[in-house]
Each structure stands twice: as C-alpha cells, then as structure tokens.
Write a new protein. Structure first.
Length: 289
C-alpha cells in the first residue's frame, strides 16, 4: 500500500495508566470517516518512548484490525540502537505493517557515515518500505542532503518525513534523489509550503483533530482561498505546539470529546493553565469547540 497523502500520527490515549482502547477505536473511526490516507502507530505523537514492546504490538494489531485495509498503517520502529531498530522493524513486518518510520538515532549523535550505515542495516534486514524520519529538534543530529541522496539509492528506502520545515532542503532532496523517492512533511505549520515544492504528503499531528480540513488544504494547496483559510488557522496550529507534542493535542481531543482523558505518561504532564487558555481561545474562535 502506498504511504503518501494525509497520514495521521495517531496519539495513544490513556486512562488511569492503561491504554484506552475505547477512545482509540473512536479516534480511528473518526480518521477513517474523514478520509485520511494512513496512520502512524507508535511515533512521537503516540508517546512511543513510554510504550512497552507488548503495548506497541497490541496497539498496532488493534489499529490494523480497525482500519481493515482501508488505509496504510505505518509502524514507528526507530531508536538510537541499530540492533534494536532492526529487531523492531522485523517485528513490524511480521505484524503486517505497510511501512516502517525510522527516526534518526538520538542522544549518541552519530556522524553522517554512521547514520548511513544505520539506515542501510535496517533496510537490508526487512522487505518493508523504509521512511526516514529527520527531526533534529528532538534528535539533535540531522541527516544531511548528501546522506539522504545516498540512502535514496537503497531500493526499499522509499521516502523521508522531513520535520525541519526547511523548504530549500526539501527542494534539494527532490532535485537530487532517485526518481521514486518522496518527501512527506513532518511539520504542520509549513506542510503546504512543502506541497508547493513537490512533497507528496504529511505525517500530521493536526489531522488528529482536523483530518478533513488537513486533507482539503493539501488537495487545494496553492489556491489563494486555501492559503487565506490556513493562515486563519495558524494560531491554532501554533497553540498545538505551545508545549511539547502530544501534550496540547491530547487536551484538544479531550475537549472535542474524541478521547475520554487528556492523560499522558510521565515524564510528560498535562497542558499548563496558560497554554490551555490559549488553546481553548483558538478552538472557540474557529468553532472547533
């Protein structure tokens, strides 16, 4: 299944410390009814660092069953250990993932050659399509354009989630990468700009709560009316990132009635009062609430 278009980086709802599958089912149905093209399981927005391997498997299989082949299901498998990432990607393939989203190794700050060999090793140990995930705001280390171009020559490295918001970098990748290699935006505030230069999708936090709108804006990107409407939503988008993701989006989904609790797992904590006031103000202004 092709992993392009509007792909929701789904949250993992919790209730009293446990995964709330009732809320997750409600949220997945909302996504399907709204016409998204894919779901990312156990990504940053899904609080993957605090999910056990058993929970990741349970959540993945639950979502895979719920979507029943309607959309692609992509599994987040990256870590800062190549051995563990290979193992997680093999498991994702066994569980039936349509692709693996593999983040740049964090904390140990590998050089570009180490990054290349890391992704090369993951790719050669699976038949799954590999989507690179470049998010230096979280990983510190960033893939260079040159390393991305080298990786694009590996047959099952199919694309990249580019979350820097750097338009020039996306342009350079698309000019120099192999023909079928694609870029997905990983930054809701600039995803339409990336569409304008050739990106073929977005892995989105915003689409958790506004999937129809996120898809419509992408479909009609470049049109003056769409740009004006999206600009009107920019303060809301910014409010969704006033504190670290997924803290604000969970509160927004809770207020919207899509999940039963805004609960997160430590070390993440509930949205502060000041940020709540800002988020609620924008949601009311836009009649999301």
């Amino acid at each position: 299944m092709i992993c392009k278009g509007i792909i929701t980086a789904i949250i993992t709802p919790f209730k009293k410390g446990e995964i709330d599958y009732s809320s997750l089912r409600k949220l997945i149905r909302f996504q399907l009814e709204s016409g998204v093209d894919g779901i990312v399981v156990a990504g940053t927005t899904g609080e993957s660092p605090t999910l056990s391997l058993e929970e990741k498997e349970e959540v993945f299989k639950f979502i895979k069953s719920e979507v029943a082949g309607e959309v692609s299901v992509i599994m987040g498998t990256g870590s800062n250990s190549t051995k563990e990432t290979v193992s997680a990607t093999k498991k994702a393939e066994k569980w039936g993932a349509d692709a693996a989203l593999v983040v740049v190794p964090y904390y140990n700050k590998p050089p570009q050659e180490g990054l290349y060999q890391h992704f090369e090793k993951v790719a050669e140990n699976t038949r799954l399509p590999i989507i690179l995930y470049n998010v230096p705001g979280r990983t510190v280390t960033s893939l260079s354009v040159e390393t991305i171009i080298r990786l694009s020559e590996i047959s099952n490295v199919v694309g990249i989630k580019e979350a820097t918001g750097d338009i020039k970098m996306t342009e350079d990748i698309l000019k120099r990468a192999t023909k079928d290699f694609y870029v997905l935006s990983g930054d809701d505030a600039t995803y339409l700009d990336l569409y304008d230069v050739g990106a073929e999708g977005v892995i989105s936090v915003l689409s958790n709560i506004l999937p129809k709108e996120t898809k419509n804006w992408a479909k009609n990107h470049g049109k003056k009316k769409v740009l004006e409407e999206f600009e009107d939503y920019k303060k809301f988008v910014n409010a969704l990132f006033a504190e670290v993701n997924p803290i604000p989006i969970k509160m927004a989904l809770y207020w919207r009635g899509l999940i039963a609790s805004p609960e997160l797992r430590l070390p993440l904590v509930e949205l502060s009062e000041n940020s709540q006031a800002l988020l609620k103000k924008e949601m009311k202004r836009l009649e999301i609430l």
